[in-house]
Write a protein of this length. Structure first.
Length: 156
């Protein structure tokens, strides 16, 4: 008789936990979805939104590597380049990270030391809803002095 409440409590806990995990994977808006591009997107036109992260993964087969990117307008900002830990013996893979910063169109061109270059044109449009950048902006209107500020030690 006591088993039924425990089973229902366990099932409820699992459902709440599962919803919490699933909720972490759901983007709140379009700009939180990453725009992934590869060598196959060379020469294409793609669309993004302000605040969206753009990752371009470029693999080289044979000698050479990709160089420093150039961006034609302020609609896109270059953030970083990464070399993944797992590389293939055929040649290096580089991941270029950009962000859509303003409405407009920008061409991203990345030269290669052994052959031509990679280029893609990104049309950046305004985002719908709250942007990640707006959520991360601190509240500058609050200039009150702190009383009992938070610390990393328990207060009990």
């Amino acid at each position: 008789m006591l088993k039924l409440p425990w089973v229902s409590l366990l099932v409820a806990a699992v459902l709440v936990f599962w919803e919490g995990i699933e909720g972490q994977n759901r983007p709140e808006s379009g700009q939180e979805q990453i725009l992934f591009l590869t060598n196959a997107n060379n020469g294409q036109r793609v669309a993004g939104v302000v605040g969206q992260r753009i990752e371009i993964s470029l693999a080289t087969i044979g000698p050479g590597s990709y160089g420093d990117p150039s961006v034609s307008s302020a609609a896109i900002r270059f953030r970083n380049v990464a070399w993944p830990q797992s590389q293939t013996p055929a040649g290096p893979t580089q991941i270029y990270i950009f962000e859509g910063t303003a409405e407009g169109e920008a061409e991203i061109r990345i030269p290669h030391s052994g052959r031509g270059s990679f280029s893609v044109t990104v049309q950046v449009r305004a985002s719908a809803g709250n942007s990640e950048q707006a959520r991360m902006t601190p509240d500058q209107a609050n200039d009150a002095k702190w009383k009992r500020g938070a610390t990393n030690r328990p207060i009990w």
